[in-house]
Ligand binder design. Sequence first.
Ligand code: CP
Ligand code: NVA
Length: 300
Amino acid sequence: MRQLLTIIDFPKDNILALLNRAKELKIQRAILDILKDKCAVMIFEKHSTRTRISFEVAVKELGGYSIFMTPNDSQLGRDEPIRDTARVVSRYGHLMIVRTFAHKKLEELAKYSNVPLINALSDEYHPCQVMSDLLTIYERTPDFSGLKIAWVGDGNNMAHSWINAATMLPFTLHLSCPRGYEPDEDIVQRARSLGAKILFSYDPIEAVKDADYVNTDVWTSMGMENERDIRTKVFLPYQVNMELLNNAKKDVKVMHCLPAHREEEITEEVIESEFSIVWDQAENRLHMQKAILEWIFSGD
Ligand code: CP
Ligand code: NVA
């Protein structure tokens, strides 16, 4: 049974095929029946706009249907153990798509579930977003070797998934985060041992220097709201603005998984500029997730 908890779950030699398939599905806006009459149970413990809607549309366009559930309207919010939920839900549905806090919770769900599980974001990773972002890059620059992708901001779940992505494709990832907000060292070390080209600088100018793509994300991720005041101060030198972008390649593209906070991690001027490809990234969630669903259901 195939699962998607982190990008490393994909076979490395399959990643370009998956990107090509997503491109095809996008061009055709394909309506298929590979999920015919299958039910995707979506359990979301955090807010979502893009992930929820793109998955619901994807499942429908592949012939299936979805049921959306949050702790507010289920027994999850009244302390029913996650493992019991997994065992019960996998007797009704054919797939679970889960957004939660601790990544360990997803691993526990996967362990007790008899149906495939897709990580729709955890505190540690956001694989579906970064797979869609890889598609957005692939559409513009199909050869990843020689590309410099910068990550500026928090060493968060998105940064971790970019680090994992760097084990699958031959680009250089240059991260820049404030002291105390670096990505998890174990995740970086594992990626390096798998061949990822990962650089790190505290100075964001170094990270974006001659970059082809500059990525950022919110300074305060979901679940960290009580740190918002301090983070707003600490991250200010890491804002993606025109001045910072002047250090990148002339035709640099700016990426953000959204939702964006203008004048915090990214300025209005940048997000609305010709450098910004954020809306294509958001669209590609749909097409990439269709390819992921097809991959999951074409497995043994
Ligand atoms: N990028 C992303 O995952 O957006 P949502 O939180 O709206 O799903
Ligand atoms: N890092 C952000 C991503 C949102 C899609 C968060 O976890 O809130």
